[in-house]
Design a protein around this ligand. Structure first.
Ligand SMILES: C/C(=C\CNc1ncnc2c1ncn2[C@@H]1O[C@H](COP(=O)(O)O)[C@@H](O)[C@H]1O)CO
Length: 242
């Protein structure tokens, strides 16, 4: 303590009635004290930090990779699942590792394709109340508690995104990516939408409503590439990030 009525804790200065009645050392050494501090936000920051450290450590030597997003609910009998498998295969054949959310549905499809083609099949799992665990085709898996730490990995270690049809989770990932590109936080980052009949109505709405009302520009909407051909998707990514 610097003065009797001032207490400094790193960058935080406490004065007057905010000055604690014990020191940090005292609380650390006192094992009979309350344990509720382990559930506080400052403590949580250490767990958040450890997710970044573990993620960066596990992925730092991944090499070129593409993140593939899409529905957790589309099953193996669906043509989009088949497409996701083909996407995983084609990406590996083109020299990319495949990163997915590690869950079921199209994530599983893309991981299946990637592992079947002999490539690196990454699953970035997320702790959810209805957790399903990493799918069986992931050969490099990391489990996250925090969506935002996991999302950093999807962008940081990928040369681009391929987005298959999906629900809110997929739309969240898609619009986060396009916001990062639009605001210049990431550069040369292609976003390929696959499943034309699924995405065309959304692209139409972006044009007829958002461009029309001036909330986005035509150039913003042009950030999305649309194709149903996995080879074309790879070509778009390769040309954007030669
Ligand atoms: C809903 C079910 C399982 C959920 N398990 C998930 N595991 C990993 N990642 C997931 C999961 N659910 C959503 N995600 C992420 O969001 C995208 C898919 O969400 P959508 O709402 O289905 O589009 C996906 O890209 C993941 O990153 C069991 O049915």
């Amino acid at each position: 303590m610097s003065q009797s009525n001032e207490y400094r804790k790193g960058p935080v200065t406490l004065r007057g009635r905010k000055v604690p009645t014990s020191t940090t050392d005292q609380r650390l050494l006192d094992n009979s004290g309350p344990a509720d501090w382990v559930h506080t936000d400052p403590w949580r920051v250490l767990r958040i930090q450890s997710e970044f450290v573990e993620g960066f450590g596990a992925l730092s030597e991944l090499g070129p990779a593409v993140s593939v997003f899409g529905s957790a609910r589309i099953g193996p009998d669906h043509p989009i699942y088949e497409l996701s498998t083909r996407v995983g295969e084609v990406l590996v054949e083109a020299g990319y590792a495949v990163i997915t959310g590690g869950g079921p549905g199209t994530m599983e499809g893309a991981n299946l394709g990637a592992s079947r083609a002999g490539g690196t099949s990454v699953g970035l799992g997320i702790e959810l109340p209805f957790e399903t665990g990493l799918n069986a085709h992931v050969n490099l898996g990391i489990n996250f508690r925090y969506f935002f730490a996991r999302k950093t990995m999807f962008v940081k270690y990928a040369q681009g995104f391929i987005v298959l049809p999906g629900g809110f989770g997929t739309l969240d990932e898609l619009f986060e990516a396009v916001t990062l590109v639009q605001t210049g936080k990431v550069t040369n980052f292609p976003i390929v939408l696959m499943g034309a009949t699924f995405w065309e109505p959304l692209l139409d709405w972006l044009r007829t409503t958002l461009i029309a009302q001036g909330t986005v520009s035509e150039a913003d909407v042009d950030l999305f590439h649309l194709t149903d051909d996995p080879d074309e998707a790879v070509r778009i990514i390769r040309e954007a990030r030669p």
